[in-house]
Ligand binder design. Structure first.
Ligand code: ADP
Ligand code: MG
Length: 275
């Protein structure tokens, strides 16, 4: 049975890891595409000033008139930023470099950590009021830092999805990240949980890569998704065409892994809903 979410608030997942280059943006784009491909209505919120998720989804800088920056400073609603992508049912709220300054700009505001949560709530209310079909998933692509932007994502989210690269220092920094999640949970967002850890850029021929998978599974147990994302050149080529890898080369190992991850995530969601 397909559980209908119409009328429900979207499930908000924050893709966070303060390390750069671990696959946050790649996972936001391609997990978002895979979820959309299996029928979900997905919004990717780009909270990284670099805007790689926006670029990778084919939104060039000129066409980012209204961005997540405008939302966080209170000048625009999230609804105003939403742009459709080439993928049916997948939209993006793009970012611009202006986001670099947002932390200072809203530092003195009482609701500074709740800006994204309130924006997602307002978007949902707007869609309910207008009868527009709502999003079932909102994926927030965080910057490589545990800054106010990432805190906004964790306050808005129901759960955090952590990409970890299969490399020597994979676990370094993870305890700091988990501590931050715990702090946000206890002080700001009691319903926040860790959705799962996704191992990325796995190279089966590399002993180290295999060792990292073992270590992370031992340390984090069943929080680690069964699906591991392989290192695949098609995955890294796709963004330069402004396309998710699933549109660029559906058959490649990277696309197939992201489809598998999407169905695993939906299964976890059903298990959670069933209690
Ligand atoms: P983050 O958002 O955490 O900084 P990215 O998603 O931008 O990380 O990934 C960092 C780099 O690694 C990018 O150049 C991306 O294309 C590449 N990359 C990510 N995942 C894969 C993969 N599965 N196979 C090959 N290259 C990858
Ligand atoms: Mg990124």
């Amino acid at each position: 049975i397909r559980l209908s979410r119409s009328g429900n608030r979207p499930r908000v997942l924050a893709l966070a890891n303060q390390k750069g280059g671990v696959g946050k943006t790649t996972t936001a784009i391609n997990l978002g595409t895979a979820l959309a491909a299996i029928g979900e209505r997905v919004l990717i919120v780009d909270l990284d000033p670099q805007g790689n998720a926006s670029t990778g989804l084919g939104i060039d800088r000129k066409s980012r008139k209204i961005s997540t920056y405008n939302v966080l400073v209170g000048e625009a609603s999230l609804h105003d930023t939403v742009q459709e992508t080439a993928v049916p049912r997948l939209s993006v709220a793009p970012s611009t470099l202006d986001l670099l300054g947002v932390e200072l700009e809203i530092a003195a505001e009482r609701d500074r950590v709740h800006r994204l949560r309130d924006a997602v709530g307002a978007l949902h209310a707007h869609q309910q009021a207008t009868g527009e079909e709502g999003f079932t998933y909102v994926l927030v692509d965080c910057p490589p830092s545990l800054n106010l932007l990432t805190i906004n994502a964790m306050v808005a989210a129901g759960a955090v999805l952590v990409p970890l690269q299969c490399e020597f220092f994979a676990l370094e920094g993870l305890s700091q990240l988990l501590k931050t999640v715990e702090q946000v949970r206890s002080a700001l967002n009691p319903s926040l949980s860790i959705h799962g850890i996704v191992l990325t850029m796995f190279d089966p021929r590399n002993n180290l890569s295999n060792q990292v998978v073992q270590d992370v599974r031992q340390f984090m147990g069943d929080k680690v998704y069964d699906t591991v994302i392989p290192r695949n050149v098609r995955v890294s080529e796709a963004p330069s065409y402004g396309k998710p890898v699933l549109l660029y080369d559906l058959k490649c190992t990277g696309s197939q892994a992201y489809l598998k991850l999407a169905s695993e995530i939906i299964q976890r969601e059903r298990a959670l809903q069933a209690g």
